[in-house]
Design a binder for this molecule. Sequence first.
Ligand code: 4NP
Length: 159
Amino acid sequence: MKILVVCLGNICRSPIAEGVLQQMAVEAGLGWQIASAGTNGYHTGEAPHKYSQKICRQNGYDIGAQRAARFKVSDFDTYDLIYVMARDVYNEVKQLARTEADLQKVQFFLEELFPGEKREVPDPWYGNESGYEPVFQLIKEGSEAIIAKHKIITYKENF
Ligand code: 4NP
């Protein structure tokens, strides 16, 4: 399965999610490829924000090699699932969907943790360093919920 995680700038939230979800998927034995993107192109080509890199490093995840990319329509063809961090991102991605099938791929990242609530991962970009720790924890819990759901599905498919 190929999964894309999308936020606005692709330098604060979705790089954390890409790093955490990818490592957890490997550890769970799921052959997933995780990538991330942003709906605005302001930071294309840049490494993740220094505080996103720092909080990940402190928790055993190295995201330093990632580079920001802008979300594009062809991503609907490339990816099986597109996780968005917040409602503004959801709306922008939704506008680019060409078909109902495209639209069906778009989910809130926290959907598995808080089903039906359309809960957002807050954007730490506008605050100071202290905002990155709770964002990291929320993304980690969301990632665990995504992995747990798919491990159950994979288990059922094999029996
Ligand atoms: P992100 O945070 O969407 O979590 O990467 C942002 C980073 C940069 C901007 C907005 C949000 N920006 O407008 O430059």
